[in-house]
Design a protein around this ligand. Sequence first.
Ligand code: ATP
Length: 236
Amino acid sequence: MAMLQVTDLKVNYGVIQAIKGVSFEVNEGEVIALIGANGAGKTTILHTVTGLIAPKSGKIEFEGKDITKMPAHKIVTLGMAHVPEGRRVFADLSVYENLLMGAFTRKDKDEIAKTLEMVYKRFPRLRERKNQVSGTLSGGEQQMLAMGRALMSHPKILLMDEPSMGLSPLFVNEIFDIIKEVSASGTTVLLVEQNAKKALSIADRAYVLETGKIVLDAAADVLMNDPSIKKAYLGE
Ligand code: ATP
């Protein structure tokens, strides 16, 4: 059984069909990339899976449980965390306060403190800046904070929306190294990216999305060597 199973998902915005029957699965321990151009529907899929948008039809199952109609705050408690596009940190709160917000579904203070220590270990820069107002962090630091905040819920699966967006190549490398570490420590990852090259470099498998449909799916190394993918997505 897949950890996350999405079957024939359709999502409309008014009369516009944004997602036209998408199926994919994420198995425990995998890093799965969903790649595609601007407007292909990547964000819409993540928002639907996390319960922020209701689909027109289709089914979403997490660890065998039907979550298609479950509200977002309940889905978080099942072990799914979302790092939204553009980070969305609470700009007026400190780094530390933002991280604590990520643990809002948890009650055990000792466990929360342990996770906080794990996050600070993984992101030394967040520890250094724990009292800084988050709105004054650089883009890359805000991406780290958004990831750290998501990890504070101790998720089984981390859903990431365009972590590379707006970051310098150096920061992109740093963020992707951290995604690899998070995966190695046992968290399953679903990654949505326009930067196909980076996404494929760390993914096990990937799905290629074009105007609301999956047109191709394969092992990441196979896609990396696919001539049509090279031409359309890898700039070669
Ligand atoms: P990007 O990388 O640019 O964010 P994306 O692949 O994530 O693109 P989506 O943001 O999911 O794509 O958008 C998919 C389609 O749905 C686009 O055509 C977009 O214009 C449309 N869309 C997204 N949000 C809305 C909305 N709230 N109302 C109407 N149409 C929308």
